[in-house]
Design a protein around this ligand. Structure first.
Ligand code: SAM
Length: 238
């Protein structure tokens, strides 16, 4: 069975015949986790310069040296929905971030609500989770992971460039098929404990918001996030 090519996100510029030196942590990952050896090829992307094939020229304990050979994919825009979500227990937030990355979310924005389970959000951990998912699924960009915001600040923080689909647990919202699909929306998923009345009132007043239903069953928050993103992907083939 052919092995999926190894992809690695780097921050350095990528260009023909460039040489990239990876620090100890990434060298360790290539050697001890991916079991790569000198002469192996892998694919690099940085979110700006497309995807490049690179040959592993040196793999020491302290660093690895990669020589870029050819651009395999040009950089392409990857506009996707913005996912606003109430942080969940650690492993379920990890799951949500990984699936949202695979499903093309462009922005992940943790949202504190009255019933949010936790106000501790490890952004570095979430960014590492998203990077690994982007490497695996073939994206050319990483989702932007923002500092958490309080739901009650939403009106002043929303730039209005896109509609906000509020996943309405009461299932009284309209279906995704009825929405404006011309621009990737914001998708707002509530906490396990649901929205507080004051929050529902606030969201009901937002001119850019629309309540959507994700079907007849009551979904866990991370399931609702996947359902909304998968719905968008199915309707727009993006
Ligand atoms: N505590 C709430 C209750 O008992 O009604 C349930 C909250 S649900 C576990 C978490 C979030 O998922 C909700 O706030 C909502 O955003 C979303 N959600 C769950 N099922 C949904 C559905 N069928 N349609 C739209 N949104 C849904």
């Amino acid at each position: 069975m052919s092995r999926t090519p190894t992809r690695l996100h780097v921050t350095e510029p990528l260009s023909e015949a460039a040489e990239i030196i990876l620090p100890q942590a990434q060298a360790h990952y290539l050697r001890n986790v991916l079991r790569l050896a000198v002469g192996d090829a892998l694919f690099l992307f940085n979110g700006r310069d497309g995807e490049w094939r690179a040959d592993l020229r040196d793999l020491g304990k302290r660093q690895a040296t990669l020589a870029l050979t050819v651009q395999t994919r040009p950089q392409a825009p990857e506009p996707g929905p913005w996912l606003l979500f109430a942080p969940l227990k650690k492993d379920r937030t990890d799951f949500l971030v990984e699936k949202a990355t695979e499903l093309g979310a462009a922005v992940l924005w943790p949202l504190f609500t009255r019933h949010t389970m936790t106000r501790r959000v490890n952004l570095e951990r979430l960014r590492a989770q998203a990077t690994e998912a982007a490497e695996q699924c073939g994206r050319l960009t990483l989702p932007e992971i923002r500092e958490p915001m309080d739901l009650m600040d939403l009106e002043s923080r929303w730039d209005g460039s896109r509609p906000l689909w509020i996943a309405d647990e009461a299932r009284t919202g309209s279906s995704l098929v009825q929405q404006d699909l011309s621009v990737p929306p914001g998708l707002l998923i509530g906490p396990e404990g649901g929205f507080a009345e004051a929050e529902l009132d606030l969201m009901g007043r937002l001119p850019f918001a629309v309540r959507v239903s994700l079907g007849p069953r009551l979904l866990r928050a991370e399931t609702a996030a996947v359902a909304a993103l998968a719905g968008w992907q199915a309707l727009t083939d993006t």
